[in-house]
Write a protein that binds this ligand. Structure first.
Ligand code: SF4
Length: 418
């Protein structure tokens, strides 16, 4: 992992919503965008609140029509997270959103390029002290008729890159747009340069990070449904963040946007870039040694932990004791399953040996009790390692090493090798 690239810092929000810092030494912020019509106030407020509860630091709303900016004042009064107005084509929507009290504006240089119009937005933001994100998208960087000519002119610059001309265009467009902001003495700016191509996203942000010190908003646009979008987004954003690039992220899915927030946070937790809120679940993938319905157990544990545990307790659900103890090392609470049974450990101490049907309630009860002890100062997270040294409690589980070695493990209908 490379050290974080130094950038300027912007702030979004106010005392009511809480102030989110983006850039500099601030934690990488997670954003999402509402999917419904902004002028439908009740459902927009409900949507924003869902995302806030899931952990979104900032939420963006589209304001394509006057009725959308008219709804903003009421939406802002009812929500408790900084709101960004996403403006395309009509600079007046930006002015209306600023007037309504929005906390940040996103402008697209590809479709609002008239200098006087941009100046009007810059001046209004300056007066209110709110930042602007300059959001370049691969798909809207320049008018079609110009694109080919500019591509040819600039393509040489990134010769050898399979999307060199696009990269050159995105950077040229950004430089051109930033000149307007510079001339106005406005530096309360964040930048994004999104594409649906993960490798282009990595190259574009890498290049931009060398040229500008504004905070970077990372994203793979139109990444598709979660099944593929998650891979594209995490590959591109994870690579950049590991290289020290990126100050805020938005993962985009063609599905419930709550998953954008959850997956963005999980990516940042995995990279050690945010402090985890809630339990961390480790689970084995199962193999031919499995003797309980582990997949269902893991799903149930995940759901209940999300509901009931607020501290970052590490919980391990392991299918057996062969690799389980090593893999669960560092877990605060762990279960190792055996022949339709499970042995539960809390920070290295065996606390129960229960039948399969009792694993879930007992594991949850132990997690709750452990959380209470941590809150009372009687235990510390991650303090003791799970420590099961063979010969193990295997005999108790009815699937001891000897039995496993002898190939006598009974098969169950769930689980698979791999
Ligand atoms: S060896 Fe045990 S812990 Fe590892 S995948 Fe198989 S069942 Fe799970």
């Amino acid at each position: 992992m490379n050290p974080r690239r130094p950038t300027r810092q912007i702030t979004v929000g106010n005392a009511r919503t809480g102030i989110v810092r983006i850039g500099g030494d601030a934690p990488i912020a997670v954003q999402t965008m509402t999917a419904g019509y902004t002028h439908d106030i009740d459902s927009t407020v409900a949507e924003i609140e869902r995302y806030r509860e899931a952990g979104a630091d900032v939420v963006r709303v589209a304001v394509p029509e006057r009725k959308d900016t008219e709804a903003l004042q009421e939406i802002l009064a009812q929500t408790r997270v900084p709101i960004v107005a996403d403006v395309h084509f009509h600079y007046k929507r930006a002015l209306e959103a600023i007037e309504a009290g929005v906390h940040k504006i996103r402008l697209n240089p590809g479709n609002i390029s008239d200098r006087e119009q941009v100046n009007a937005v810059i001046d209004a933001c300056k007066e209110r002290g709110i930042p602007i994100r300059i959001g370049v998208n691969e798909g809207s960087i320049i008018e079609r008729k110009d694109k080919q000519r500019r591509a040819e002119e600039l393509g040489m610059y990134f010769e050898g890159h399979r999307s060199g001309h696009l990269l050159a265009l995105m950077i040229a467009k950004l430089e051109e747009y930033l000149d307007i902001f510079d001339a106005r003495g406005f530096h309360d700016v964040a930048i994004s340069a999104k594409s649906m191509d993960a490798s282009l996203v990595i190259d574009a942000y890498t290049e931009i990070s060398r040229r500008f010190d504004y905070p970077l908003h990372l994203g793979v646009t139109h990444a598709g449904p979660r099944s593929t979008g998650a891979i594209r987004s995490v590959v591109a954003l994870g690579t950049l963040i590991a290289n020290g690039i990126g100050d805020t992220i938005r993962i985009s899915y063609a599905s419930d946007h709550i998953d954008e927030v959850k997956d963005g946070l999980e990516m940042l937790y995995s990279l050690g870039k945010r402090t985890r809120k809630g339990a961390e679940l480790i689970a084995c993938p199962t193999c031919g040694r499995i003797q309980v319905d582990l997949f269902s157990l893991v799903q149930d544990v995940e759901k209940l932990l999300a509901k009931e545990i607020e501290l970052p307790i590490k919980v391990a659900v392991m299918g057996c004791v062969v690799n389980g103890p090593g893999e669960a090392e560092g877990a605060d609470v762990a279960v190792f399953a055996g022949d339709r049974r499970g042995i539960i450990y809390v920070q290295g101490e065996k606390v129960a040996n229960v039948a399969e049907t009792e694993i879930l309630p007992r594991l949850l009860a132990e997690c709750r009790q452990f959380q209470d002890r941590v809150r009372r100062g009687e235990a510390r997270l991650g303090e003791k390692k799970v420590d099961i040294v063979p010969p193990d409690p295997i005999g108790e589980l009815g699937s001891g090493i000897d039995k496993i070695k002898a190939g006598l493990v009974e098969k169950v209908t769930v689980g698979h090798s791999g």
